[in-house]
Design a protein. Structure first.
Length: 201
């Protein structure tokens, strides 16, 4: 997640009006040409960032439960297959074993696909977060009469007064709260493959 935030970067600039410095001083925003902010702290400490992480954790928990259910079903099916050896013709038993192996492989591939999709969504969280909070950061930039806002992790030394991360978190909580729902926040299905898919008769 840190790497994704670093790749995303942070450098915002806006044209400034003459009326903003006095307003900024009144609300306590430092007047500076350069503001410093920590995107990772914003993600970890803001209500919206916490909700995004909680959503991913909930999906991960559901995926783990899904995989455990599948594993239990496959184990039970394998036991039934083993128990049927004594009463099943060799050719029929071979066909049953082949079908079982194919099902195991299909479920393995499906589980891997779901895991990759979940990881992809986790990696996109910082980008989604920054897109949503950018208007808040732009307002801070304007109020501070600043020219740029830079990532604190890219700065060797800076004055603590120039770091507006705490104020940004406060503004994000006030203006965005827990934030919008992701349009692609599809939850992995809890339906197990043992349940037949609908068919058109």
């Amino acid at each position: 997640m840190r790497a994704a935030l670093a790749r995303l970067g942070l450098c915002l600039g806006v044209s400034l009006g003459a009326a903003f410095p006095l307003y900024a001083q009144q609300i306590g925003v430092i007047q500076s040409d350069v503001l410093v902010i920590d995107p990772e702290r914003m993600l970890l400490e803001s209500e919206y960032g916490k909700r995004l992480q909680q959503d991913i954790q909930a999906e991960r928990d559901r995926l783990i439960a899904y995989n455990e259910t599948i594993a239990q079903e496959l184990e039970a099916e394998e036991q039934r297959l083993t128990a049927s050896r004594a009463t099943t013709a060799p050719n029929a038993l071979r066909d049953m074993a082949d079908a079982f192996d194919q099902r195991v492989e299909e479920l393995r591939l499906e589980s891997e696909r779901r895991s990759r999709e979940l990881e992809r969504r986790r990696e996109l969280i910082p980008i989604q977060f920054m897109r949503v909070v950018q208007p808040v950061l732009s307002d801070l930039l304007t109020e501070a009469n600043a020219m740029v806002m830079i990532d604190a992790r890219a700065v060797l030394l800076h004055s603590g007064a120039a770091d507006v991360t705490d104020l940004a978190v406060l503004r994000i909580n006030e203006q965005i709260g827990v934030g919008p729902l992701a349009p692609d926040a599809a939850v992995p299905s809890d339906q197990t493959p043992s349940q037949p898919a609908p068919t058109n008769d």
